[in-house]
Design a protein around this ligand. Sequence first.
Ligand code: HEC
Ligand code: HEC
Length: 272
Amino acid sequence: MSMLEEHKHKHPTHDFDGITENRTNRPPAYFSVLFYGLILWGTIFSAYYLLSGWSSDAEFAAKMADHQQQVAEQKPSGPQAAAAAPQMSEEELLNEGKELFAQHCAACHGAAGEGGIGPALDGADYAYGADREAVHLSIAKGREGGMPAFGSQLSATQLEALTGFVLSLQPSGSAAAPAPAAGEPAAEEPAAAAAEGPDAAELYAGNCAACHGADGRGGIGPDLGAGEYKFGKDDAAILESIANGRPGGMPAFGARLSEAQLLSLVEFLKSL
Ligand code: HEC
Ligand code: HEC
């Protein structure tokens, strides 16, 4: 041990057990550059993340906010909008339906529902029924002949908006028109009820005009025109008003009129 120590400083090289140590050879320059460079880089790197205020949480939050904004723009009826749906006016709903149609349906059914890969939706003859229920079912569950189901990718409000828009494509008054029997019998059920062909205007004149006025502008009962309805103006609320009545003097028609007749009245009121 002491022999080795003494040796060390006197000779540039030293042999020991066949291994030659050469103390004049320094590590290559690039090694030093890498070594000190790495220390420098490490310091700057740590300083940047420690002192600049950057944090992965903040970055995540920012990206998430961006994403949610995008989603909100694409789907105006997210959960919040859906909750606010009852306040959505019929016109807004129709506009939304129009946009959704352009986005999801026009490729197959044509920009104005005139048909293409999928059948025309602007006529009254729907294979699966042209009433609200059948149309809603066609959209939500799809149809075997190539109509995809949209029930899982669209919200309830969006489906409702689309249904309303598709109905608006039909020649007016045909919302509850009879559908030629072509689809499976089960789907024809509502259409069959509609086959009696309730003429909404006639129904209105016979059952409602006495109280709401011949033109729907009000009388004993409130104005049913373009303005807001006290009990809500979405389809469900109007149907509820007509079928079950309202406490302030609106009689219930649920037992007197068929479902198709009630639905055609809902459509009729919206056209007032
Ligand atoms: C990939 C093409 C395609 C897309 C996209 C598509 N449809 Fe269809 N749709 C069809 C086809 C094909 C049929 C006919 C199905 C059948 O006869 O069984 C159909 C049938 C229908 C029907 C029933 C028509 C009837 O005669 O009863 C309705 C309503 C409908 N589509 C609405 C829509 C709406 C609303 C959208 C958008 C949300 C949409 N479709 C998107 C291809 C499409
Ligand atoms: C005997 C008179 C009378 C008849 C007949 C009548 N209504 Fe009414 N209706 C009223 C009154 C009164 C109200 C207000 C109820 C309230 O404020 O609680 C009303 C309310 C309504 C509403 C709710 C309006 C709102 O602001 O939310 C609708 C929709 C409606 N009627 C539709 C009809 C239809 C459709 C018919 C025919 C099938 C009809 N009514 C027949 C008296 C009548």
